[in-house]
Design a protein around this ligand. Structure first.
Ligand code: OXD
Ligand code: MN
Length: 577
């Protein structure tokens, strides 16, 4: 018996399913499951002519986003989870989970989903096995990972896989828990069918568990998109960017260059997660461990993200969008004219008072369908990274872009970044919180140690990428966004590449180097000079008001924040005067 078979056997004894099905990932299997889900109402068929082979899933209205307060890191020591994670001891976690899981699959089918995170055969890639009682999860995992036979082939008789147990339970938030055991590299999730809680390859494995593996093995698992930027000389650069959930990673990754005719071209490698390793050439190399996109739908349109719109025209699973009388999905921001006779995300006639689509409604779609997918998407060696970008949603404070002074300062800027919360997690929206590296909900261990790991990576990589910070969301006094965003975000990227090449003018400010107005390529962009001044301005008084909050955040870690980062804070305060 292989370790995989033993895991399935033991789990079956615990969860007591009526049937066990090992998923092979084939088209026949997918078609069979979809027919079954159409039969039991889990899926609704969308207009076949408009959107071939596409479906709508309506989730339980109480199960529409990640539930951070029910997400636990279950390390032996509380200190290893750190002050930013909910902690349970493995013993307490098991005691809490046992009654939720025992017999949970009676009357149900237990699906065994073997999957690979990362390109098949890549030295970066890792195998997981998710056990689930949700056919919707199986269909999504088939899109989001390399799933089925290919994964079993890659695993062979090895015991090197991340076991995950998932049951939707009774979907009750009172009996919901998402548990990670970093010491045994195990994931247990019960009571939710929502993507981030239930597709265990994504946040649970590729970020929380992988971040602990990366710490131990000298690599990095990050909440980052990866994009490819070709310049007129034909040179190709790769950039990663970390923004909190629902802050535009998918839009940036699929950006349509306004300067395509001049030879500036953008292609997509990943939109959510990057696994990064030092390469033999002294650079940092990255792969996207995922095979698909689980993107936020509202706000997606032919204006904001035409590549996404063209990606989701077929073979797409929509979750919690609205649908018109013709079976065509609709969401806020799709276009200005909501069609008549619309059914909202909860399946009721839309009363036009509430949202038609849930603000965190999603599309699940294969990356291979994306018109801008990079030819390097499946490259087992990944891509070399020239620049790393961090950013958040700040209506004030942060300028459009700044370059950090060096690796340690970049790590400091990333570790202290703040962002206004979004609908991707349950809880208040629009509140500024510290979200280090956009990893606050996803780091599987003490974030002070994670900062230390980042500092160490700067020494393991001989030519580390330059680190930048961006803010697309700055508003003027009237509450309007100053920067046009979307495709125009190419322009700060070009300045970054200039800086990487030792070119590009900048003004040194207390927080880092900000482009001079003349150093940004603004060809074809009609932007009032005053707006440009405003979006590039750094207000020392505002930043001074920010530093006590940073000190308070550091204080949470009981003296564990690495000294170089505390020194960065001291130096920032000195520079601010
Ligand atoms: C996601 C998230 O789904 O960050 O990617 O919530
Ligand atoms: Mn994400």
């Amino acid at each position: 018996m292989t370790e995989a078979e033993r895991f399935v056997d033991e789990t079956a004894k615990w969860l007591m399913p009526d049937r066990i099905h090992w998923c092979d990932g084939s088209e026949e299997e997918d078609a069979r499951l979809k027919a079954q889900m159409l039969g039991d109402g889990t899926l609704i068929k969308l207009n076949e002519k408009e959107l071939p082979n596409s479906y709508l899933h309506r989730s339980d209205p109480s199960d529409v986003a990640r539930t951070e307060h029910l997400t636990f890191i279950c390390s032996e020591k509380k200190e290893d989870a750190g002050p930013t994670n909910n902690w349970l001891s493995p013993k307490d976690a098991k005691a809490k989970a046992d009654p939720l899981f025992r017999g949970a699959m009676k009357g149900r089918t237990m699906y065994v989903v073997p999957y690979v995170m990362g390109p098949l055969g890549s030295p970066f890639s890792k195998v997981g096995i998710e056990i689930t009682d949700s056919a919707y999860v199986v269909a999504n995992m088939r899109i989001m990972t390399r799933m089925g036979k290919a994964a079993l082939d890659q695993l062979g008789s090895s015991d090197d896989f991340v076991p995950g147990v998932h049951s939707i339970g009774d979907l009750s938030p009172e009996r919901r828990a998402i548990m990670h055991f970093p010491e045994t590299k195990t994931i247990w999730s019960v009571g939710s069918g929502y993507g981030g809680n239930a597709l265990l390859g994504k946040k649970c494995f590729a970020l929380r568990i992988a971040s602990t593996m990366a710490r131990d093995q000298g690599w990095m698992a990050e909440h980052m998109l990866i994009l490819e930027l070709t310049v007129p000389s034909g040179e190709v650069h790769y950039i990663t960017a970390a923004f909190p959930s629902a802050c535009g990673k998918t839009n940036l990754a699929m950006l349509v260059s306004p300067l395509e005719k001049q030879g500036y071209k953008v292609r997509t490698v990943g939109d959510d997660i990057a696994w990064l390793r030092p390469g033999p050439d002294g650079r940092l190399w990255a792969v996207n461990p995922e095979a698909g996109f689980f993107g936020v739908v509202p706000g997606t349109s032919y204006d904001t993200n035409p590549n996404a719109m063209n990606t989701i025209t077929h073979d797409t699973i929509f979750t919690n969008v609205a649908v018109d009388g013709n079976g065509v999905p609709w969401w806020e921001g799709k276009d200005k004219n909501p069609p008549a006779g619309m059914i909202d995300w909860m399946g009721k006639p839309w009363d036009k008072m509430g949202k038609a689509a849930h603000p965190n409604s999603r599309f699940t779609v294969a990356a291979a369908q994306c018109p801008s997918i990079s030819p390097k998407f499946n490259d087992p060696m990944g891509v070399p990274i020239s620049a790393i970008i961090f950013g958040g949603r700040r209506s004030r404070l942060a300028p459009l872009v700044f370059e950090t002074r060096d690796w340690a300062h970049g790590v400091f800027a990333a570790a202290t970044m703040g962002s206004e919360t979004t609908a991707a997690a349950t809880g208040a929206v629009g509140v500024v919180r510290r979200d280090p590296m956009a990893m606050l909900p996803f780091c599987g261990y003490n974030m002070a140690d994670y900062f230390g790991h980042w500092l160490k990576m700067g020494t393991l990589v001989k030519s580390p990428p330059k680190i930048f910070h961006v803010n697309w969301f700055r508003q003027n006094d009237a509450g309007k966004f100053i920067w046009p965003g979307f495709g125009e975000n190419l322009r700060p990227l070009l300045w970054m590449l200039d800086r990487v090449a030792g070119k590009g003018d900048a003004v040194e400010t207390a927080i880092g180097a900000v482009p001079t107005k003349g150093s940004l390529n603004l060809d074809g962009l009609d932007m009032p000079a005053a707006d440009l001044d405003a979006v590039l301005s750094v207000d020392n008084a505002d930043w001074k008001a920010e530093t006590p909050g940073i000190r308070e955040f550091f204080a949470k870690f009981d003296g564990k924040v690495p000294k170089p980062l505390v020194a960065e804070l001291d130096n920032l305060e000195k520079r601010l005067g």
